[in-house]
Design a protein around this ligand. Structure first.
Ligand SMILES: Cc1cc2nc3c(=O)[nH]c(=O)nc-3n(C[C@H](O)[C@H](O)[C@H](O)COP(=O)(O)OP(=O)(O)OC[C@H]3O[C@@H](n4cnc5c(N)ncnc54)[C@H](O)[C@@H]3O)c2cc1C
Length: 461
């Protein structure tokens, strides 16, 4: 949903500042330019003020100020929203980055994390106890945003989505109430926030289940990409034990030191893999992938789980993309990816293939607001680029790839969506989930205060 015009400019920022335990940063402050930035640096918005909140009471104060003034309200954990929903032109931003405490219970069965922490920080902290919770493939993503979207990553087939490990959450609602939300205390709201993103309130703390995992066999395997190796990879990933999760990026090989020179500029499968189990058994599990073709680089090895998040991450200005669920990928669709990859001028572009199944499918499709558990894979097409003038070109490329790969219009994963129309967002919540979310939105946020997101409009009537 695009930023909407402000309804009021009469905002007592001094009053709001003095009511906060945290900071309120306005354009006059030296920290303003840093405070208004998000992960995609090409998103250049100028909020009226950024509140670096110190706790849930601060969040409630800013929520109340936004409600009373009609100002647009942005909520930011890690700031990775491709649409830039973590910032605003002229509105108020709740910046949760200061709420980054991680408390691990003594028995090591769960952890409370402030939603200002990112996945990497959380994983390093819990990893010291030989425990983990699965997030996505990038350590810099905020635990707030990824958890409320669903959370697909290195442990999806082993343990399910991040929301499957969510035990409870502290949520500030549109009324400014601070609620403890769990299956027991508020089952409807707990259902909605597990996939319904920021539509229902601001999550300030999350209680997540920990799994006793310290060593895995994982890392990166790079194979030459042909239609046969791509479909072969997906078949092997589907047939593998649930202890193995894979994320296969079909891309043009960058000139990186670990990629042989002869492969630079050629299509490759750059696969990130995580096998939870003994190294001796990993050999057999990984053999079908290694047998697809002579690997261009084989960096799979026993490692501590948090090592998966080590290493540099891209720092793109802007990104575009399209994603959708599918049950299989035909050889023609794989050939379509290979045909289209070289046609993009984006410095980074990839078609990411994530085979699902395993623990993702152990939970019923309607048990949470993430309703795609019965699908075989997620296909995520993305292009990252630097120059805003190129947006149309890259958007067109993404659409061409989606058509070549056989997108059927049946929705996608909200975590990877950009700024979309209502029809696209609605399709991401299939089989009655959209209608149920709209009913709950009417109950918890009837005036759509939380609208700078993949918006679920309140049900009418
Ligand atoms: C490089 C990169 C890699 C990614 N990899 C994966 C992956 O492997 N798996 C996966 O599932 N997703 C992945 N994502 C998608 C990511 O999970 C979503 O973009 C997520 O919303 C980002 O969360 P954030 O807190 O960093 O972003 P933000 O921009 O801060 O927030 C994103 C959205 O969530 C809302 N939000 C954030 N925190 C809260 C909160 N505490 N309470 C209420 N609403 C909140 C915001 O208002 C906004 O609408 C990736 C994204 C990027 C850019």
């Amino acid at each position: 949903m695009s930023p909407s015009p402000q309804q009021s400019t009469d905002v007592p920022t001094d009053e709001l500042r003095s009511s906060l335990d945290g900071e309120l940063i306005t354009p006059q402050d030296g920290a303003y330019h840093e405070a208004r930035r998000v992960f995609f640096k090409g998103i250049d918005r100028r909020p009226l003020a950024v509140a670096r909140v110190a706790g849930s009471e601060d969040v409630a104060r800013v929520v109340t100020a936004a409600r009373e003034t009609g100002l647009e309200l942005a909520v930011r954990s890690g700031g990775h929203s491709r649409a830039g929903y973590g910032t605003s032109d002229g509105g108020l931003v709740i910046d949760l980055s200061g709420l980054n405490a991680i408390e691990i219970d003594t028995a090591g069965e769960s952890a409370w994390v402030g939603t200002g922490a990112n996945a990497g920080q959380y994983t390093v902290a819990t990893g010291e106890h030989g425990r983990v919770t699965g997030f996505g493939d990038a350590g810099s993503v905020g635990v707030g945003g990824i958890t409320l979207a669903g959370g697909l990553g290195f442990l999806s087939r082993k343990n399910g989505l991040t929301i499957d490990d969510l035990l409870s959450a502290e949520v500030v609602t549109a009324d400014g109430d601070v609620l403890q939300v769990s299956e027991v205390s508020a089952p409807d709201l707990f259902w909605a926030i597990r996939g319904g993103e920021s539509n229902f309130g601001v999550a300030t703390r999350l209680q997540l289940r920990l799994h006793e995992i310290s060593e895995i066999v994982g890392g990166m395997l790079i194979l030459p990409a042909t239609a046969e190796t791509i479909t072969g990879f997906l078949e092997a990933a589907d047939a593998a034990p649930e202890d193995l999760s894979t994320i296969a990026n079909i891309m043009i090989a960058p000139p990186m030191p670990f990629v042989p020179k002869a492969a630079h500029g050629k299509p490759v499968i750059m696969a990130l893999m995580a096998y939870v189990g003994p190294a001796v058994q990993a050999e057999g599990v990984l053999a079908p992938f290694r047998a697809l073709a002579e690997p261009l680089a084989d960096m799979l090895r026993p490692m501590r789980y948090p090592e998966l998040y080590e290493g540099p991450e891209p720092e793109p200005q802007l990104a575009t993309g399209a994603n959708f669920f599918a049950d299989s990928l035909s050889p023609d669709a794989a050939a379509g990816i290979l045909e289209w990859l070289p046609k993009s001028t984006a410095p980074m572009r990839a078609v990411q293939l994530r085979v699902l199944g395993g623990a993702v499918a152990h939970t019923a499709n309607d048990a949470t607001a993430f309703g795609h558990r019965d699908r075989g894979m997620l296909i995520n097409i993305s292009a990252m680029y630097m120059d805003p003038a190129e947006t149309e070109t890259h958007d067109a490329w993404v659409e061409s790839v989606a058509a070549a790969v056989g997108r059927d219009g049946a929705g996608g994963y909200v975590g990877f969506l950009g700024d979309e129309d209502e029809e696209t967002v609605g399709a991401a919540y299939p089989n009655g989930i959209w209608e149920r979310l709209r009913e709950l939105k009417r109950r918890y946020d009837p005036d759509n205060l939380f609208r700078l997101n993949h918006n679920v409009p309140p049900a009418e009537g």
